[in-house]
Design a protein. Structure first.
Length: 335
């Protein structure tokens, strides 16, 4: 009996070991989804965006390194590197690529027509030629649009509130950028209502920023409204806000990053919210949905940020009623 019992136990042990080996093999063979992330600037410059994406993924049950992997690539402001970085992500055979802005999206679109692409934010997806329509994207690209032309009119309204004698505003825009015409139309409507004259200054590349401020000074502008896309000005944030201070011109921006860098104020779409919501597209695509069938969504959350230190530098007092409406107020650091 003892020998038989030992034999039975040996057989059971072998069966358990075989079962464990099969389970381990199945687990090792299970593919962990990999997503690519492409940004035009440096990690330090836009770390908040990928962190917002990670937050969105965590909320959906994804744990980085366990059931999802992220391959991030940054062009460090060298925009000519974007095609090579996009090609690198394609060679890695990632399951989906998340792009942060129109230039990364274009570089990725020109590299692959099969790997799903999720736009974390885009100024004008239809105008940029990335999707056929917001409701029916039609290709391998979907995601989130940051285009809300009416926000430009709201920025002018806020300028009018903090600069009561506002009569002339220099508008820095990029004529070749899709959506520029719509935004300018909204600004013109608001300017007519407030009795403000506009001076449009075309900013086609980063090197035009300094001359744009000179043009605003010559045109006797009382303030500057920036609607230059981040793909043009993101690499020179600090220079831009310093030029605004040097020119003694109140300036309002589309993105909060400029206020964080020392700019006066911004009112616009919450880029963190858009990047967090991009995770829902990643989730749906990994579960089998096709980008062509996922409508492009528009922004839902907006932020108004004021920098009191910047206001003091140009001798400007922000009215209490305007401060009360701000989502965030950056105060002077006490020495």
């Amino acid at each position: 009996m003892g020998m038989k019992k030992a034999a039975v136990l040996s057989i059971l042990l072998v069966m358990v070991l075989l079962a464990l080996a099969v389970t381990a093999e199945a687990q090792q063979g299970k593919k962990v989804p990999r997503i690519g992330y492409l940004n035009a600037v440096s990690p330090s410059n836009r770390s908040d965006r990928i962190e917002a994406l990670r937050q969105g993924l965590r909320e959906l049950g994804y744990v980085e390194g366990k059931n999802i992997l992220i391959e991030s690539r940054y062009a460090e402001g060298k925009l000519d590197r974007l095609p090579a970085l996009a090609a690198e992500l394609v060679r890695l055979k990632v399951d989906v690529i998340v792009t942060s802005g129109p230039l990364p999206t274009r570089a990725t679109k020109e590299t692959t027509s099969t790997i799903p692409i999720v736009m974390a934010l885009d100024s004008d997806p239809v105008g940029n030629g990335f999707v056929a329509s917001l409701a029916r994207p039609g290709g391998n690209i979907t995601g989130l649009s940051a285009l809300r032309p009416e926000l430009s009119g709201k920025r002018l309204e806020l300028l009018k509130e903090i600069v009561p004698r506002l009569s002339r505003v220099a508008v820095f825009g990029t004529s070749t950028q899709p959506g520029n015409a719509q935004m300018l139309k909204e600004i013109e409507l608001a300017a007519g209502a407030f009795g403000v004259k506009l001076q449009f200054v075309d900013v086609l590349s980063p090197k035009d920023i300094e001359s744009a401020f000179r043009a605003a000074g010559k045109g006797q502008a009382d303030a500057v409204l920036m609607m230059v896309p981040s793909s043009v000005d993101s690499s020179r944030q600090k220079e831009i806000v310093e030029l605004a201070v040097k020119s003694q011109l109140p300036a309002t921006y589309q993105q909060g990053e400029y206020v964080e860098a020392g700019g006066l104020m911004s009112y616009g779409v919450s880029t963190d919210d858009l990047n967090r919501r991009a995770a829902t597209y990643v989730d749906k695509i990994l579960k089998g949905r096709k980008p062509a069938d996922l409508p492009v969504e528009q922004p839902k959350k907006f932020e108004f940020i004021i920098n009191l230190k910047a206001a003091k530098q140009i001798g400007l007092t922000i009215p209490p009623n305007v401060l009360a409406r701000a989502d965030k107020v950056i105060k002077e650091r006490r020495q």
